[in-house]
Design a protein around this ligand. Structure first.
Ligand SMILES: C=C(O[C@@H]1C=C(C(=O)O)C=C[C@H]1O)C(=O)O
Length: 258
């Protein structure tokens, strides 16, 4: 649909329809993208030369992601408030007319960007957990898979802005008290649902089992070999993906009354 086709009435209606169930459904759907992206990347070993500095001070991965983001920017990817680039500096303008996304978020949302943290966590913590040691020399498909992983993780983690918005709308007075006093701990406590987090960890472990097994015509008995260790996926969610999503929620809420 072109920009001119989304009427302001439709945009307003959509903005009102979003609720905690719908944002949680979106997060559940994004689990599939994240797990499939990890499975794709795990086909290759760690491939250290893709991440080391090249002679002129950058790395192959930085070059690859910057160039890819420039192309995606031209195609309008970053008009979408769900998409946050890793290298926002000097991105080219979009060549296509903007699609007008429903104005769900507070305008200060655009200043919430934890891409650098996500980048560091992905390369320092996550990648070594689900790839084998070694170097197969196939850096182009390796980096293409890294890009998909990074984008899926970033979209999920920055989606915390939408989660925070619906939580704020459900209890504006309670959140406002802690926003005024900039009480990050109190905000973190209010937005945390441990029971939901336990369900997320169990579900992603199950999805990693279902999506990551060798499918054969004959039924096989005995040990199943998974493409990515399901307990590692659950661990990643518990240690990094959910905490970073909550960090985005807190950062968004702190700016919600600006
Ligand atoms: C995203 C939410 O906020 C928090 C973060 C969660 C997550 O990242 O999956 C889950 C539960 C909450 O502690 C939510 O309430 O659904």
């Amino acid at each position: 649909m072109a920009a001119s086709e989304n009427s302001s009435r439709d945009l307003g209606e959509f903005s009102k329809q979003i609720n905690l169930d719908s944002v949680r459904d979106a997060l559940i759907r994004q689990e599939d993208s994240i797990i499939f992206s990890l499975i794709e990347r795990a086909q290759h070993p760690y491939n250290a030369p893709a991440y080391g500095n090249l002679a002129y001070g950058t790395s192959l991965v930085e070059f690859f992601v910057k160039e890819a983001e420039a192309l995606h920017a031209k195609a309008g990817r970053y008009h979408n408030p769900e998409e946050v680039p890793f290298f926002p500096e000097d991105l080219p303008l979009s060549l296509i007319p903007p699609y007008i996304f429903p104005p769900v978020l507070h305008p200060a949302a655009s200043s919430v960007n934890i891409s650098k943290k996500i980048w560091d966590v992905y390369f320092k913590e996550l990648l070594p957990l689900f790839t084998s040691n070694g170097d197969d020399g196939k850096y182009a498909p390796t980096l293409a898979s890294d890009l998909i992983c990074l984008q899926a993780l970033s979209r999920r983690i920055h989606y915390g802005k939408f989660v925070a918005e619906v939580k704020f709308r459900d209890a504006p007075q309670d959140y406002s008290t802690h926003i005024h006093t900039k009480d990050k701990d109190a905000l973190m406590k209010m937005l945390t649902f441990e029971r939901v987090e336990e369900m997320v960890k169990k579900r992603v472990e199950k999805k990693a089992k279902v999506f990551g097994q060798q499918v054969t015509i004959e039924d096989k008995c005995g040990e199943v070999d998974y493409k990515v260790d399901p307990s590692v996926v659950s661990h990643m969610y518990g240690e990094w993906i959910m905490p970073l999503t909550k960090l985005v929620e807190v950062e968004y809420l702190l700016r919600r009354l600006d």
